[in-house]
Write a protein that binds this ligand. Structure first.
Ligand SMILES: C[S@@+](CC[C@H](N)C(=O)[O-])C[C@H]1O[C@@H](n2cnc3c(N)ncnc32)[C@H](O)[C@@H]1O
Length: 174
């Protein structure tokens, strides 16, 4: 099922507008809303999503999108990589396969961990990653995944969206 743009998309969009430049890749592009923002800054914007409906929707809008699992069909480097991942812990009553837009794994951070174990080969030396996640993902764990993979990060914004949840936007760099 295609992820419709929500408050997380909007929050990350603010920083896509600020930082997108040169060659941009969005992993998990969904409806392509963030790719369109990036296209205001540069014409070289590519996207990947695992969801067929999302890929078809993006292609109808002439966005350059591949269907794939993270970087499995990517063969070059980018200056900015955008990732608004599925970041929630899986609800055991619901199927993981049918909710890949929401669930990052049993704990929520597993897809982010896989992303950071692969991203190094696809980022230019002075490139950066724009990452969004939630307090429900386990912030300490996300911070440790980033450090373990030898990236630094700056927190660009923390936005409280309910009494139980805060969204974070990070810029990660070497
Ligand atoms: C939270 S949604 C974000 C969608 C869009 N970027 C936005 O901000 O509105 C996460 C997206 O990641 C995609 N996704 C989940 N797992 C993925 C994977 N392993 N590889 C590529 N895309 C994935 C989902 O299909 C979904 O479109």
């Amino acid at each position: 099922m295609m992820y419709e743009p929500r408050e997380d998309t909007q929050l990350l969009g603010k920083y896509v507008k600020k930082f997108a430049r040169d060659k941009v890749l969005e992993i998990g592009c969904g409806s392509g809303a963030l790719m369109k923002i990036a296209l205001d800054n540069t014409s070289r914007v590519e996207g990947v999503d695992i969801d067929r409906e999302a890929v078809d929707f993006c292609r109808e809008q002439k966005l350059d999108v591949k269907r794939g699992d993270l970087f499995n069909d990517i063969f070059r480097k980018f200056d900015i990589i955008i990732f608004n991942p599925p970041y929630l812990p899986q609800d055991p009553k619901l199927s993981f396969e049918d909710n890949r837009d929401l669930f990052g794994g049993k704990k929520g951070w597993e897809t982010i961990e896989r992303f950071f174990s692969e991203v190094n080969c696809f980022l230019e030396e002075k490139g950066s990653i724009l990452l969004l996640f939630s307090s429900l993902t386990d912030k300490k764990k996300v911070d440790s995944i980033i450090k373990k993979n030898k990236f630094n990060f700056e927190e660009l914004e923390a936005q409280k969206i309910s009494s139980k949840e805060t969204l974070y936007v990070y810029r990660c760099y070497r």
